[in-house]
Design a protein around this ligand. Structure first.
Ligand SMILES: Cc1cc2nc3c(=O)[nH]c(=O)nc-3n(C[C@H](O)[C@H](O)[C@H](O)COP(=O)(O)OP(=O)(O)OC[C@H]3O[C@@H](n4cnc5c(N)ncnc54)[C@H](O)[C@@H]3O)c2cc1C
Length: 359
């Protein structure tokens, strides 16, 4: 049994703690913030779960399977439906009329014809420009899910499970330095350990361990806003392929999420500067959700957030010689986004046993 410190209580950190504890290790999780969940979170404001940008769960992907495994009650999910998604300048993603458009759409989905605008849109928006065929097909086949409880609900489920097995999560614990078998905190403490898991995102991990290879990241800007009006009507989303902007109404995707109004979540992941992306998002909302500004109940803006790492990702055990393992969506696995974070957690947990214990 090894003593394990997990740095970061986002999805990767929580999933790693769970997997490591299942294998009999003694685990402690540290997070610098006062709340857990990292980027995959949401915050309840007057019953509106305001998120940090739109998030959709891949049906039967690693995260969904993990949540189903640990939950006594299944989370309530409903899918994005292509016939309720508008593509700017093209009509609905799944046209129902005229008949010829409907037939062409069905053929395009069956043969996965990337020249068809609906397939192109799925390629672009199901994985925020990363072109994951698995997630694109999931969107086209109504297997990309919105959650009634928001992503904080999922985080809550993981945290409850950790609590039940006695794994402590310490918030407000910022790690400033890591070295072999020792973690230093901003409050002056240091903790001895056998294994350190960096589950604190690519940028923070690189600050703690500069020899992690340089990676290019996919950045986005987001606006999440609760309204007392329904400017998208019954549409679940409006997607602009040309400008890489997606506007989703989470209430139209899962009506149980709030009792009235709408919960808009907009994202722009073009490679333009962040100020320009924010301007584009505001202009898009003005055009596509008319009157939204005079109906705002709550809102949250993220000028710039890292969605994912592009290109080659470092292996979870690339710095194992130092007694340090890497977990997160930015670490190599066969999955991406939060599924990548959960998949890396399992790889990391399996590798803990290969790290020699401190004498
Ligand atoms: C806009 C947007 C949309 C997305 N959409 C989807 C989607 O639709 N589907 C999907 O599956 N995924 C999606 N993702 C990706 C998903 O959110 C992430 O892959 C996942 O949340 C990453 O989890 P993580 O635990 O690796 O990192 P994070 O969530 O970033 O967690 C890292 C944690 O480490 C903590 N930390 C950092 N530095 C320190 C330190 N020095 N000491 C202590 N703690 C520290 C942070 O406070 C944080 O809690 C999206 C991401 C974004 C940004």
């Amino acid at each position: 049994m090894a003593r394990v410190i997990v740095i970061g209580a986002g999805l990767a950190g929580l999933a790693t703690a769970m997997e490591a504890s299942v294998r009999g290790h003694h685990v402690v999780v540290l997070d610098q913030r006062s709340t857990i969940g990292g980027r995959a979170s949401s915050e309840l404001r007057d019953d509106f779960p305001i998120g940090f940008g739109p998030h959709f769960l891949l049906k039967k992907g690693p995260l969904h399977r993990l949540v189903l495994k640990i939950s006594r009650m299944k989370p309530s999910t409903l899918p994005l439906r292509p016939h309720r998604i508008e593509l700017v300048g093209k009509g609905m993603m799944q046209p129902r009329s005229p008949m010829m458009d409907a037939v062409l759409y069905r053929r395009a989905v069956r043969k996965y014809e990337v020249a068809h605008p609906s397939i192109r849109a799925a390629e672009q928006f199901a994985s925020w420009g990363m072109g994951s065929e698995v997630r694109s097909k999931a969107l086209l086949r109504s297997k990309l899910l919105g959650l009634k409880e928001g992503w904080s609900g999922l985080i809550g489920r993981l945290a409850v499970t950790l609590d039940e097995v006695g794994i402590p999560i310490e918030t407000g614990a910022k790690v400033t330095q890591v070295e072999r078998n020792k973690v230093h905190l901003a409050d002056g403490r240091h903790i001895e350990t056998d294994v350190i898991i960096l589950a604190c995102g690519y940028r923070r991990s690189k600050q703690l361990l500069p020899n992690i290879p340089d990676c290019e990241s996919l950045k986005a800007s987001t606006i999440d806003v609760a309204l007392d009006s329904t400017p998208l009507g019954e549409k679940q989303a409006i997607l602009d392929i040309k400008n890489s902007i997606g506007l989703f109404d989470m209430k139209q995707i899962h009506p149980g999420i709030v009792s009235s109004g709408s919960l808009l979540s907009a994202i722009c992941f073009s490679d333009k500067p962040k100020e320009q992306r924010m301007e584009m998002l505001d202009a898009f909302l003005d055009e596509r959700a008319p009157g939204w500004r005079s109906h705002i109940l709550h809102d949250r803006r993220q000028e710039q957030v890292t969605v994912a790492i592009l290109g080659d990702r470092p292996s979870h055990d690339s710095v194992a010689k130092k007694g340090i393992l890497l977990a997160g969506a930015w670490v190599e696995s066969e999955h991406i986004l939060s599924d990548g974070a959960v998949a890396s957690a399992r790889l990391v947990a399996e590798s803990i046993a290969s790290i020699p214990l401190q004498k």
